[in-house]
Write a protein that binds this ligand. Sequence first.
Ligand code: ADP
Ligand code: MG
Length: 399
Amino acid sequence: MLDIHPSDRTSYLNMDMDIPRRAAEALLSSDDPAAAAKGLFELVSEQLGLDMFISYVVGDGGRALRLFSAAGISPAQEQSLRTLAFGETACGMVAERRVPLLLNDVPKSSDPAAASLRDLELLAYAGFPMICRGRMLGTLCFGSRRRTCLADHEVKLLATLSSYLSMAMERLELTRMAEQRAAELSKALNDKEKLLQQTNLLLKEVNHRVKNSLQMVVSLLEMQRTRLQDETATRALMEAGARVIALAQVHARLYQGGDVQQVDMDVYLRDLCEELRRSTGDGSRIEARGAPVRVATDLAIPVALIATELVMNSLKHAFLAGDGMIEVSFTTADAEAVLTVADDGCGLPATFDPKRSQGLGMRIVNSLTRQIGGRLSVGHPPRGSSFAVRFPLPVSISR
Ligand SMILES: Nc1ncnc2c1ncn2[C@@H]1O[C@H](COP(=O)(O)OP(=O)(O)O)[C@@H](O)[C@H]1O
Ligand SMILES: [Mg+2]
């Protein structure tokens, strides 16, 4: 049963029961708790005969109270009450005890908290701690200079409003924290993105330099080759240069392409063949046709070295009587890739066995084919020769 005081000016029955709903609505849509607290006071002051409210938030690392919203006190009083220690004045006591403090008939009250309220000429006082999930956020206190006593239902209404305000403050703080966290995360992401860009730039730079250095090795080998008379030595240096070209070209792909983990196989083979033709100065045509497939760099290198050996063999052995045509193709089907090198030259010797060939070139081809888990097969076209290496393609992404 609610205890309604007979002298109570406000009748329980007349009380606007819409107040909690309006208060909740106003608080939920507000992002300014100080203004929201004033709004709450305006909502109830007339009906409950209240003349003053004062609200504090816990500040100074949880050791003091800081006034953040008030009405019905003079600017001088507001100035002197700007900060409170816990336990100081009635509001400080509310914060210290963490329970509501209700004082009726303040002038006659012997409660030690009443002294500070008499300075404000209050007759009745109701102060509430604002606690959310066990954490003390501040206080919300009301006073009347007209009424000596607040009824139970009025106190309950004020308690409800103060718990609404504490929830609104908590919500705003959580929102602020979430926004701050989101801003920190976005900055961290930004920093990470920048770092990644720098790392990529650095990698490109490194690959560019490695390619240039290897290209310089190729040039030095070419210079040395032109000074030699011996055919075998000249050939050996040319083949060595071709192998270095294959490695230089992969680094060219790595700084020209967007990804260092994978290489565009069609572009790689096309540029490689172009470089081999340029470096050997041979009049034969080399045509490279590749599927637009990206292949892991670690796989692309042995594939390109195999292609280099086979192309160099065609240049060296197939066209003894003039120039010809060499076709390099790279195709994929399901999880398998096929590298084919064919020429329209004189064809392989009848005794040729790719597995048993003692030449360095075929030994390199056999060894790299094994390394990539592939199979080498030799075709018998009507003219010339044809080599095919089939191998599993674990990670390939069509562009
Ligand atoms: N495209 C080709 N056309 C004709 N003969 C070839 C071709 N490719 C390879 N051969 C033959 O296979 C042999 C082995 O080649 P390889 O192992 O590269 O050694 P090398 O090129 O040093 O002779 C060559 O000597 C050549 O007789
Ligand atoms: Mg050879």
